[in-house]
Every structure is written in C-alpha cells, then in structure tokens.
Design a protein around this ligand. Structure first.
Ligand SMILES: NC(=O)c1ccc[n+]([C@@H]2O[C@H](COP(=O)([O-])OP(=O)(O)OC[C@H]3O[C@@H](n4cnc5c(N)ncnc54)[C@H](OP(=O)(O)O)[C@@H]3O)[C@@H](O)[C@H]2O)c1
Length: 239
C-alpha cells in the first residue's frame, strides 16, 4: 500500500485546501478523508469515509484502516467549531450555558483525542508518522489578555492538555509518531467569516496558503517524543 495522508474533517475550509494542495502536488500518493459530509463530485480519486465522528464510527473506520494495512505518513485533524446554529462565542459570563459548552468541548477537545486513541495501532506502522491537530492561539492560557470566547478558548486549552498526555503516551507506545498542535492564523473560512471584518489587511490568510504552510511544517518534523505548539509561521506558542 502506498503511503497516504489522512485528513479528518474533510469538508472544512482548511481541510479542503489541504486536500487540493496534496492532489496538485502528489499524484502518486493516496489521500484518505473522513468527514460528516458526502464525497464531493470532484473527489473520485480520494478514499472517502463518511462519519459522525462518534466513537463507534471512529472505531469502525480505524479498524478498516488496519484491515487494509493503510500506512499514514501524515494526519491532519481539522475538526473545530467556533459557532454554529446553536452556539456563538460568549462575550460575558451571562452568556455561559452548560449545554453549549459541552457541545463545543465535545467537538474541539474530545473528538480529536478519540481519533488519536483509535489511530494508535494504525500509526505504529509508519516511520515517521506526523500528526497535525488544529488548535488555536486563543487556546494559550499565557496569551489570554482579552478574555471572552470562553468555550472556544477553554476547549482548545483542554485539547492542548489532552494532546500533551497523548504525546507522552505515544512517545512510549508509538515513538515513531510526532504530534504538533497547529495554529493556522486567521483564515478565510466559514469558521472565521462572522469575525473577520476587523482583521487587518494582509492578516486574513487564504486556506491555500495555510495548507501549504501546515504541510511543509509537518514534513519538517522529527519524532522527538515532544508535543509542539506551532503557528503558521513555524513559531512556537506559549502554552
Ligand atoms: N479559520 C480560522 O481563522 C482558524 C483560526 C484558528 C484556528 N482554527 C482551527 O482550524 C481548524 C479548521 O477550521 P476551519 O477554519 O477550516 O473551519 P471550518 O471550515 O468551519 O471547518 C470545520 C471543521 O470542523 C468539523 N466540524 C464542524 N462541526 C462539527 C461537528 N458538529 N462535529 C464534528 N466535526 C465538526 C468539520 O468536519 P466535517 O468535514 O466532518 O464536517 C470541519 O473539519 C479548526 O480546529 C479551527 O478551530 C481556525
């Protein structure tokens, strides 16, 4: 089986750009995508798995990967929510709501680490396997000078801590795997669109630019057992 790239959350704006960049640059390598959405009409060359990202589905799909002997050299976990029909970022304490917080934590913190739980036996097969999990600079506790966005900030901080423990365990059980926590910068997708009007000129990135950055940054990583928190410019971010 050819070495493949795995993109989890394939209908997202950044994920779509990663898929397109890989399709344009690596015709000889396989691309495997997992998404809640259906395979787009122009994605005939892609191995596409539909999933609700619930644990039963994650288990079923990762078992299928093992049965097929898939070898992933890159994994991009692109899942993340800032707003949807039911939640929007909280401006003040009165906006906090347990149900909304649980919804955001489920997608931003818990689901990515459940994917890494079930991918461990699959990723053991590649040397090296490199994993980029999309977080956000606003998940940095050190960097929080403005407050607000309680659920998004806290769920990304929780994601970072879950990944820290994951990286420590992977270093022991799958030392061939390198995990990075990635901040793409403000990128022009559905996620940022309601908030991007105040972004200074030149600071709103195209998904295509971010896709190139994350692929190049990931490919330069060595499996050192450490979790790295890096931005689109390869700069480390304080936890
Ligand atoms: N855009 C930015 O400015 C920005 C800035 C900092 C960090 N980020 C982070 O970068 C990542 C990608 O964001 P994006 O800008 O590409 O966002 P997007 O276009 O809104 O994509 C959303 C992603 O989240 C998944 N998702 C959405 N709702 C979900 C749900 N209910 N259950 C499970 N998965 C769900 C989608 O996967 P499916 O394909 O399965 O639907 C998709 O991968 C996120 O982690 C985000 O927090 C983005």
């Amino acid at each position: 089986m050819k070495n493949a790239s795995l993109i989890i959350g394939g209908h997202g704006g950044i994920a779509q750009a990663i898929i397109q960049t890989l399709l344009n640059s690596e015709r000889d390598k396989a691309i495997v995508v997992v998404s809640r959405g259906q395979r787009p009409a122009n994605a005939a060359d892609i191995d596409w798995y539909q999933s609700d990202h619930g644990e039963a589905s994650i288990n079923e799909i990762t078992q299928a990967f093992q049965e097929q002997g898939l070898v992933f050299e890159r994994v991009f976990i692109c899942l993340g929510i800032l707003h949807d029909d039911t939640v929007s970022p909280e401006k003040r304490l009165e906006d906090l709501n347990a149900e909304s917080l649980l919804h955001v934590f489920n997608i931003n913190s818990i689901t990515p680490v459940l994917w890494l739980k079930h991918l461990l036996p699959v990723l053991k097969n590649t040397d090296p396997a490199r994993v980029a999990v999309f977080s956000a600079r606003v998940g940095s506790i050190t960097d929080n000078h403005l407050g607000g966005w309680y659920g998004y900030r806290a769920s990304k901080a929780a994601l970072n801590m879950l990944l820290k423990s994951t990286a420590i365990e992977y270093a022991r059980r799958a030392p061939n795997v390198k995990i990075i926590v990635f901040h793409p910068g403000t990128t022009d997708t559905e996620l940022s669109r309601p908030f991007s009007q105040n972004v200074p000129e030149g600071k709103l990135f195209s998904p295509a630019f971010v896709a190139t950055q994350v692929i190049n940054i990931l490919d330069a990583q060595t499996a050192d057992g450490e979790l790295s928190f890096l931005d689109w410019n390869r700069q480390p971010i304080d936890w």
